[in-house]
Design a binder for this molecule. Structure first.
Ligand code: FES
Length: 105
């Protein structure tokens, strides 16, 4: 497989499909930002700003959140059980088929 498929669900439940080549070394925040979703990524991916907050709707094989990410998520007023910081999700084959909702609006 040389393509990673990412789906972004909007408020109406419509899903947009993003295809990323496997050899690109990016995290999900960078991909969403490059695709012009409202993801600022102010801290540059250091798990310090939460402007990359997403809800993972589908995706079982993700790397688990580390303490720094969990601490940051704890400060947010509206987290869900699928809340993640997109900058802490490397875009690799294990996330193929992931469905996320951007929660920064
Ligand atoms: S870009 Fe700042 S927490 Fe993800």
């Amino acid at each position: 497989m040389d393509i990673i498929n990412i789906f972004v669900e909007d408020k109406s439940g419509n899903r947009q499909h993003i295809e990323i080549p496997t050899d690109i070394n990016l995290n999900l925040m960078e991909v969403l930002k490059a695709s012009e979703y409202p993801v600022l990524g102010t801290c540059g991916g250091m798990a310090l700003c939460a402007t990359c907050h997403v809800e993972v709707l589908e995706g079982d094989n993700l790397n688990p959140p580390q303490d720094q990410e969990l601490d940051m998520l704890d400060t947010l007023p509206a987290i869900t059980s699928g809340s993640r910081l997109a900058c802490q999700i490397p875009v690799r084959e294990n996330i193929n088929g992931i469905v996320v909702k951007v929660l920064t609006e």
